[in-house]
Design a protein around this ligand. Sequence first.
Ligand code: XMP
Length: 545
Amino acid sequence: MTESAAKLAAELAGAQEQAGRMKAELGGVVVLDFGGQYTQLIARRIREQQVFAAILRCTAPVEEIQKLAPAGIVLSGGPSSVYDADAPKCDPKVLALGIPVLGICYGMQWITHTLGGKVEKAARREYGRAQLKVGCEGGPESSALFSGVPAALRVWNSHGDQVLALPPGFRTIGMTENAVAAVEDVQRKIYAVEFHPEVKHTERGTELLRNFLFGVCKAEPKWSGAAFIEETTAAIREKVGNKWAICALSGGVDSTVAAVLVHRAMGNRLTNIFVNTGLLRKHEFESTLEMLRDRLKLRVIGVDASDRFLAQLKGITDPEEKRRRIGREFIAVFAEQAQKLQAGEAHGEIGYLVQGTLYPDVIESVSVKGPSSTIKTHHNVGGLPEKMPFALIEPLRDLFKDEVRQIGKELGLPAEVLVKHPFPGPGLAVRLLGEVNPTQLATLREADAIVVEEIRKAGFYEKVWQAFAVLLPIRSVGVMGDFRTYGQTVVVRVVESDDAMTADWVKLPGEVLAGISTRIVNEVSGVTRVVYDVSSKPPSTIEWE
Ligand code: XMP
């Protein structure tokens, strides 16, 4: 390892430790992720009870978990069977820390399998509703987990394997018609359920989680936006000492909230770099720069690198190649600016890079089994840190978009920032199919501005996740006045989503679509056809490239 790489590794280790200290003070819960589709929902439901929840991979070392000093550990569900050759596993020591554990679905099967019980491979997966009978084997008293809930509950199931024999020390505390649905070992404070209490379809699911958090773990409801801001600010301050930091700021909600939070901790020792890639929306560079500098009082260097990005994209049509080139150029521009800063003004050493990474960014870029399932190359996750001798500050890494918006609101950010639709790092380049050139960019920019304007006017902007235009390099025949036309096609894409991992197209009223269509063909030269994208994610993605 070179000296600078060793230094970076040491700083990153320090960063993790600091993150640990930050959360330990909140006395939260660790959710170990076995790859289940509801893992993030579990964390969110816990935070809704004002208890902090951090998600770690199931393979996280026990020491890492202990550093967080959690009040409880939740083992998530997952798609595997404990009998699969590559079934995900935790370190079994997790069950011997004396910290209360709640296993959910696969988490329950893994606990049973690991502690000497028996799990049976079911003939077929069981999905959907089931009737749970709450009742304790071997005693009239009820379980702390079911305290205050009725004796029969409708629950939501999604599992393949089922528990056949309990490990020593456990007893059954709930059954469905044909399976053991809930177990406990009060001595070891280990609880497990086959169904999903985090899902809304499970009756009284929130109460079960509350019983675990407050009845079993004795967690304290200390987590709130204000507490998060205080803790994070103090932790950043302590971590950075007298060093300086830089941030790649895009003006989007995530990076702006991250920058304002870090600015709160270190003031003007944070320099933000905002790059005009030439791939931004209409007037976006100027208006964002004005908002960041004049209204949020951040220290921002605006760099117009449009020509460089355009030169890189000349002749390129492959979507991933576009993303790679934009990512690479972005790193080059950013590194130059960082070097200039380091060499120029009188200030201390730049030791940190601030990123507004959110939880969905992390899981779309890595999977429990490794990075093989990366869906798209998101240039804001990965890339930068490997290239540069900076440790990362990612204050929003455990949060969801709506939670970040809440934090932003408490930080006093203007509403226009908080409700701003997400915009991909590679910008209009991935909304413009085929080669990116100034003419196509100008066409798309105009069409996009109309879509957003009309959506705002109709009162939908704040109700939808994203609304934008896509330009297709396909020509079709039309007629305008007495002339035959042969123009391009604009796709209107409007989606609703909670976290961008799944999305659905919005059923806009016909008159709103008509207004958008008429304006685009009348006002954007070269476009003669407008279509509405009625695909959901999956199987489509939100962006077209
Ligand atoms: P997809 O197209 O994968 O997009 O369904 C999911 C969400 O992510 C945004 N997106 C990006 N955001 N850098 C970003 O910061 C990127 O490279 C990128 N690609 C897609 C997209 O707008 C949607 O909200």
